[in-house]
Design a protein around this ligand. Structure first.
Ligand code: URA
Length: 260
């Protein structure tokens, strides 16, 4: 799945990506798109406008109010994330909503370069309505500090927004119901790098069933955004022997975002 054309309506992109992922899983790798009867070769010319003030004329028509609203200014991103969060808070699309205290949307800086994606809220997160605040979260916060990042500097969220019972892996249908929210978060935040924390996040982002060990050792991307795969902090707590490898991953992460 490559980038979407500039004139693609932003609000349909999350649903579109979910749909294309489902087709992909069924083995459908490409689609024939008939030309739209209203398409014109002038529609994608926004990129020709330099910001240098050198007298080039903007070739596009002035933006309408709706188009302006779609523009990803920090204020609009914050507004649209807030709207999305309120949808998540009242979502009842899958059975997980019945067991939650709080849905856990995501937290951090929407203008960040790096987005961390875990699996799903645990007990502490369900209680507080915030991701990675329990033991795993405390470890994540320490690892971030070791590479000079604060939680507030990054964006942290999960594949599913409601706690699976007994912290079991989220079921396929639960992930399918919830993925539109994550797709929309990624679309809005547009991180330069995604860090997948653990197998569940990595397999969803990369549309694969390959084991974590394979995904950690390969170069990966999601819709053109590089994806760095590492261990889930809970795995590091269970098996401290994995910490050395995780540290290598986080040093790599630091160097990727510093190079940007
Ligand atoms: N584990 C996760 O995957 N996410 C959280 O938010 C907390 C623990």
């Amino acid at each position: 799945m490559k980038g979407f054309p500039k004139n693609c309506p932003q609000e349909i992109i999350p649903e579109l990506i979910s749909y294309l992922k489902r087709l992909d899983q069924k083995g459908i790798k490409s689609l024939y798109l008939a030309p739209s009867p209203t398409s014109s070769k002038d529609t994608d010319v926004e990129t020709v406008v330099p910001e240098t003030g050198m007298g080039f004329e903007k070739k596009t028509a002035p933006a309408t109010d709706t188009e302006k609203d779609m523009k990803t200014t920090p204020a609009n991103v914050a507004k649209r994330l807030a709207e999305l969060e309120s949808k998540v808070k009242t979502c009842d699309e899958c059975a997980l909503h019945g067991g939650r205290t709080n849905a856990v949307f995501g937290t951090g800086d929407p203008e960040t370069r790096v987005m961390f994606i875990g699996e799903g809220p645990g007990r502490d997160e369900d209680q507080k309505g915030e991701p990675f605040v329990g033991r795993s979260g405390q470890l994540l916060t320490k690892i971030l500090a070791a590479i000079d990042l604060r939680r507030e500097d990054v964006y942290i969220t999960n594949i599913v927004k409601c706690r699976p019972p007994q912290n079991r892996d989220p079921l396929e249908e639960e992930v399918r119901c919830c993925e539109r929210y994550l797709v929309a978060q990624i679309e809005l935040i547009k991180p330069k790098l995604i860090c997948a924390l653990g197998r569940i996040a990595a397999q969803w982002l990369l549309d694969t069933k390959e084991p974590l060990a394979t995904l950690r050792s390969t170069e990966n991307s999601y819709c053109g955004i590089p994806v760095l795969v590492t261990y889930h902090p809970a795995a590091l707590l269970r098996n401290p022997g994995l910490k050395k490898g995780a540290w290598e991953d986080f040093k790599k992460l630091r160097s990727i975002i510093s190079d940007e």
